[in-house]
Design a protein around this ligand. Structure first.
Ligand code: HEM
Length: 381
């Protein structure tokens, strides 16, 4: 490790982006607390990331942008989180499941034996975003526009481009507000999540339009992560045909397989924190006000936390996994994301006899802040 103003690594270096999993494994062992201009202080080890997640007083989430509830600390965070939790409860998930299953079946319908499909654009992305539109009671056609926003936002984050980021944020805001205005003009017969958000109050005050935009920005990004996860899961099953067959014969194993595959190959690279006081982590002094990045992919593959961390063992206990985070900011959308992933994989297995990767090489990976695929060519049988 180097001296006073260390730049231990270059997160956007070609060798890192070529294979993020391998690169972060290497960083975790060589330099578990590493500084870079781009990411601030990156933590790679499970134990140290878990300690940060358990201490929201020292490690703040407060963001310069309105971000509900992820960019908030207690006590505000808890108040907003509590108000939004019912959108992901059992009753809501029971409402969503048939909607998601119908969307999956519709997208898989045109597939027949021998056909080659680019899975991300033919299934993963439209499935995740059409499901969000259905939950909100918006027309399904809007998925494409939300998909453009997800893609653009990832590029703006990669390029650290505030102008593009601001432009996209205002397009997204206009889009959401048009849906809210339309709802005022033409109320829906069926209660849906747009109605629920418009009726949500925090301390007796209804959410305003900008707050709803912020919430839906987070949810839409979450659906981008669902789409990336589907690519990762399906590539694994296309290459591990024994596991694919096992799940087809016994779909009750699908949820455990999802957790374990995503533990070894995470769809989301990192989330930030800011120190509220000077701290020492793994021997390194980090000042107050420093930016930290919690490297999920590295933590979930830490051999100190998981034996044979790179091996997919679906019987493994993944309770300590950090795929969904931990502590007060644990993924609020996890019940929905888990449901969507389970339904999509169940439908894919039930409606096909098999699927395999077209070509011999792994498809190219997306890069920070994601780790999915832009393209995943599959052949169905
Ligand atoms: C496979 C898909 C997903 C993964 C792997 C994932 C992962 C995560 C992780 C790791 C965090 C913790 C961030 C932190 O501690 O800073 C988080 C937070 C969050 N996620 Fe997800 N997420 C997914 C999908 C979704 C979806 C579909 C939604 C909503 C529709 C969603 C909504 C949220 C929200 C609101 C938070 C912030 C919670 C808080 O601050 O209290 N996520 N997610």
């Amino acid at each position: 490790m180097s001296g006073e103003r260390p730049d231990d690594w270059s997160p956007l270096g070609a060798s890192i982006l070529k294979d993020q999993r391998r690169a972060y494994d290497e960083m975790r062992e060589r330099c578990p607390v590493a500084h870079s201009e781009f990411m601030g202080w990156s933590l790679f080890r499970h134990e140290e990331i878990a300690a940060v997640l358990a201490d929201s007083e020292t490690y703040s989430n407060v963001s310069q942008f309105l971000a509900i509830p992820n960019g908030m600390d207690p006590p505000d965070h808890g108040r907003y989180r509590k108000a939004l939790d019912p959108n992901f409860d059992r009753e809501q998930m029971a409402r969503v499941e048939p909607l998601a299953r119908g969307i999956a079946a519709g997208l898989l319908g045109p597939l027949h034996s021998g056909i080659e499909v680019e899975f991300i654009n033919a299934f993963a992305t439209p499935f995740a975003l059409k499901t969000l539109c259905a939950i909100l009671g918006w027309s399904e056609r809007q998925w494409d526009c939300l998909g453009g926003w997800v893609h653009g936002s990832q590029q703006a984050a990669f390029n650290k481009d505030p102008v593009a980021g601001k432009h996209l944020a205002s397009l997204f805001s206009e889009h959401v507000k048009a849906n809210l205005d339309a709802r005022l003009d033409f109320p829906n017969d069926v209660a849906d999540t747009t109605d629920a958000l418009m009726r949500t109050e925090v301390d007796g005050v209804p959410l305003d339009d900008d707050q709803i935009v912020s919430i839906l920005r987070n949810w839409t990004a979450g659906q981008g992560t669902v789409a990336a996860s589907l690519g990762i899961l399906v590539l694994h099953l296309a290459q591990e045909t024994d596991l694919q067959e096992r799940l087809r014969k016994d779909p009750s194993l699908v949820p455990a397989a999802i957790e374990e595959i995503l533990r070894t190959d995470g769809p989301l690279v990192a989330n930030p924190r800011i120190t509220t006081r000077a701290v020492k982590i793994n021997g390194r002094s980090i000042p107050k006000g420093a930016h930290l990045t919690l490297m999920w992919i590295a933590a979930n593959r830490d051999p100190r936390a998981f034996e044979e961390p790179g091996a997919v063992k679906i019987e493994r206990d993944t309770a300590d996994g950090l795929v969904w985070g931990q502590g007060i900011h644990f993924c609020q959308g996890a019940p929905l994301a888990r449901l969507e992933l389970r339904v999509a994989i169940e439908e894919l297995l039930a409606k096909t006899k098999g699927f395999e990767l077209v070509g011999d090489n792994d498809p190219d990976r997306d890069v920070f802040p994601g780790n999915g695929f832009a393209n995943l060519p599959l052949r169905f049988s």
